[in-house]
Design a protein around this ligand. Structure first.
Ligand SMILES: [Zn+2]
Length: 173
């Protein structure tokens, strides 16, 4: 499960994991424009406890639709990334906050997909409003749109209060 190096059209090189690229390609709710831009971000799977979505300003010429800042006469481009913890594939039942009664065991093999879509929803949140952060209304608007309904209940184990108030549905019975 290697993170491979991809050279983007603008010459910038990013590490990208094929399993994550597949999730983007196969998602039915992301628009073609969203898929195209999400496929330019760095996306890796790592042996760490928590996943993350974020961005760095990099001194580089880049896509013109990216946010830039000027500093000391140079232009810095916003480069987004997500990291997904490896345990979401190897040991999804170990997710903190999940209790056996709350999730559909037959869907555990897709826990990784849920987790990737959670982090991608943070990226879409930032694209919509760079100042918005955390598990906000804008975040949940994207998450509930792009995450297949049958997987959304995994969110209740992760962010029970935010997810419930955003109307994320529980396990299908
Ligand atoms: Zn989050």
């Amino acid at each position: 499960m290697k993170n491979k190096k991809t050279i983007l059209k603008d010459g910038y090189s990013v590490l990208q994991n094929e399993l994550i690229l597949d999730i983007i390609d196969n998602n039915k709710k992301l628009t073609d424009d969203e898929k195209a831009i999400l496929k330019t971000i760095k996306m890796t799977i790592r042996n760490q406890r928590r996943g993350h979505a974020g961005y760095r300003y990099v001194l580089e010429c880049g896509p013109t639709d990216c946010n830039t800042i000027d500093w000391n006469g140079m232009t810095y481009v916003e480069r987004h990334y997500i990291t997904i913890p490896k345990w979401t594939i190897d040991n999804p039942e170990g997710a903190s906050g999940m209790s056996r009664n709350d999730y559909d065991e037959s869907l555990l093999p897709r826990y990784f997909e849920y987790y990737v879509l959670h982090e991608l929803a943070h990226v879409l949140q930032k694209f919509e409003d760079t100042k918005d952060r955390g598990h906000s209304e804008i975040f949940y608007k994207h998450f509930t749109r792009i995450c297949p309904e049958e997987l959304q209940h995994f969110e209740l184990g992760y962010k029970p209060r935010n997810a419930t108030s955003a109307g994320v549905a529980g396990k299908r019975s």
